[in-house]
Design a protein around this ligand. Structure first.
Ligand SMILES: Nc1ncnc2c1ncn2[C@@H]1O[C@H](COP(=O)(O)OP(=O)(O)OP(=O)(O)O)[C@@H](O)[C@H]1O
Ligand SMILES: [Mg+2]
Length: 295
């Protein structure tokens, strides 16, 4: 049974796609896990990092994207879910020098359009918009879960908005990793996504759930070590939310890892001066993800 890890924040540009791919590489190369990356963002950044522009373009032309998957299988099509996956993706080699065991369900620019179409299709059956919305979300959840037998870890890179796919991902996730940048908006953004994940209406309601029982965990990203104001912001978030001890600094090695290169290399080369940070993040997070994998 795969462990579902969603990476989400309502705020954009906080490192969701970067961290999603980083963890996919780490869990596959260091953890020996079979990893599936699902790109739930129509910006398709996780796909671009893993297969490059041309690879993504080919997947799109071959109708092997998440939008095709949702559209084709929504009503129970005969296509197999695995037909939509690209195996052995990424520009990092596994321990044996071969492709790391990462599969990708590529992103699509049409993901929102397809969700709209599925909504309209359901709306023909009932007039109640709440019922329609919950049916669409429920069906997308089932489709996300279809892969759980074939992987150890499924990473869901969520879009910053509130799409059906993002809501389904948050519902499906065993754990949600919430990267944030330590700026003034971050506290508000983390509060809002936390309410959504835990299904609470107010911060008072959220407080009823002990911090160590929450389904999400925050990660300070893009941290500039010497900056005292950032440290204070992170400490304030840590008072109200679970947070990893690891803080990801702003590093060239992480920024450069955004660019896919045609030749596979070792994970150390991929992350350059950030490899120790990647290792630290992986070491802290892996035991949390192992719980369900070995259960
Ligand atoms: N720790 C870091 N150090 C340096 N650059 C970083 C770091 N984390 C992320 N970045 C850079 O910040 C930019 C935004 O990151 P990314 O696309 O992963 O964010 P995102 O939350 O997925 O954005 P979106 O909401 O648009 O999907 C990218 O250019 C990435 O390379
Ligand atoms: Mg992203």
């Amino acid at each position: 049974m795969a462990f579902f890890l969603a990476v989400a924040n309502r705020k954009g540009g906080v490192g969701k796609s970067t961290v999603s791919v980083m963890l996919a590489h780490a869990m596959s190369v260091w953890g020996g896990k079979r990893v599936l990356m699902m790109d739930l963002d129509s910006q398709c950044n996780a796909s671009l990092i893993l297969i490059g522009g041309q690879g993504w373009s080919e997947a799109r032309k071959a109708n092997r994207t998440i939008a095709d998957y949702f559209f084709d299988l929504f009503d129970g099509h005969t296509m197999q879910p695995k037909d939509y996956l690209l195996p052995g993706v990424g520009d990092v080699a596994g321990a044996d020098g071969r492709a790391a065991r990462i599969s990708l369900l590529p992103g699509s620019l049409l993901l929102e359009d397809v969700q709209g179409e599925l909504f309209l299709k359901q709306a023909q059956q009932t007039n109640d918009p709440d019922i329609v919305a919950s049916r669409v979300r429920g069906r997308l959840e089932q489709l996300l879960r279809r892969f759980e037998g074939n992987f150890d870890v499924v990473i869901l890179d969520c879009a910053p908005g509130l799409s059906f796919a993002a809501l389904a991902a948050l519902k499906t996730a065993d754990k949600v990793l919430v990267p944030f940048r330590p700026d003034y908006v971050s506290q508000l953004a983390v509060d809002r996504v936390a309410l959504l994940i835990e299904g609470r209406r107010s911060l008072n309601d959220l407080d009823e759930i002990p911090i160590d029982r929450r389904r999400y965990i925050c990660l300070a990203n893009y941290v500039r070590e010497a900056n005292g104001r950032e440290r204070t912001l992170i400490e304030e978030i840590a008072l109200a939310h679970p947070i990893l001890e690891t803080r990801m600094p702003q590093r060239d090695g992480i920024a450069n890892a955004f660019d896919w290169v045609a030749e596979r290399r070792g994970i150390d080369q991929k992350y350059g001066n950030a490899i120790a940070d990647v290792r630290k993040l992986y070491t802290e997070l892996a035991p949390m993800l192992a719980q369900k994998v070995t259960a």
